[in-house]
Design a binder for this molecule. Structure first.
Ligand code: 5GP
Length: 217
């Protein structure tokens, strides 16, 4: 939006930001991101593209953009993803176009993604990305939650715990770290980060025009 440059009251639209949330699984990231989105009408969840088949109940264009492998690789070749990876024999990627559209319309996009995805996103769009790592208060709590989630074997749980620790090892690559020892407080902190980040100068491209008009008043 270019706005009206005729006087100092001119105020344009801010550029949205990419709100990247990572955590070991079981730390509450998905619930936190859902609540944050419910509280913020200008916040949307990023939708990944995948070559895997939809599971019962999953909707194309809602849970994932389900695409054929040929189409996926074509998109990857054309640079249409911020990042993509092969996970368990299927391809997953983050398409750029819908994110770019949201950002230019002043909406923020949440990414629920692991450290590798977060790193790739930050490399691909450094000015737009804000990275937040969510920490559990203890590994014991994480293990209890993973135990509750499914009645899996000890071996599977141990594997998940190893992956959780690997994820936590990357905490220092993030701009903010939120300790999820109290859900409401963690949600409040995420909200404060989001609101402060929205005020950053580089997210307000209209400012240079405003200042120019101001100085020529
Ligand atoms: P699922 O098939 O269970 O939905 O997801 C399998 C894995 O793919 C999860 O670990 C999930 O984090 C990962 N994944 C989902 N979307 C993306 C994406 O856009 N990029 C990458 N790199 N991984 C993704």
């Amino acid at each position: 939006m270019s706005g009206d440059l005729s006087g100092p009251v001119f105020r344009g639209q801010r550029r949205g930001l990419m709100f990247v949330l990572s955590s070991p699984s079981g730390a509450g990231k998905t619930t936190l991101s859902k609540r944050l989105i419910a509280q913020n009408p200008d916040l949307v969840l990023s939708m990944s593209a995948t070559t895997r088949a939809p599971r019962p109940g999953e909707v194309d264009g809602q849970d994932y953009m389900f695409v054929e492998e040929g189409k996926f690789l074509d998109m990857a070749g054309k640079g249409e993803f911020y990042e993509w990876a092969k996970v368990f024999d299927n391809y997953y990627g983050t398409p750029k176009a819908p994110v770019e559209e949201a950002l230019s319309e002043g909406r923020d996009v949440v990414f629920d993604i692991d450290w590798q995805g977060a790193r790739a996103l930050a490399k691909s769009a450094p000015a737009d990305v804000v990275r937040v790592f969510i920490l559990p208060p203890s590994l014991k709590l994480l293990r209890d939650r993973l135990n509750k989630r499914a009645q899996d074997s000890e071996e599977i749980i141990t594997g998940r715990m190893a992956r959780a620790k690997e994820e936590i090892e990357h905490w220092h690559e993030y701009d903010y770290v939120v300790l999820n020892d109290d859900f409401s407080r963690a949600l409040e902190k995420l909200s404060e980060i989001l609101h402060a980040e929205r005020l950053k100068r580089n997210r307000h491209p209209w400012l240079s025009g405003f200042v120019e008009a101001l100085m020529n008043e």
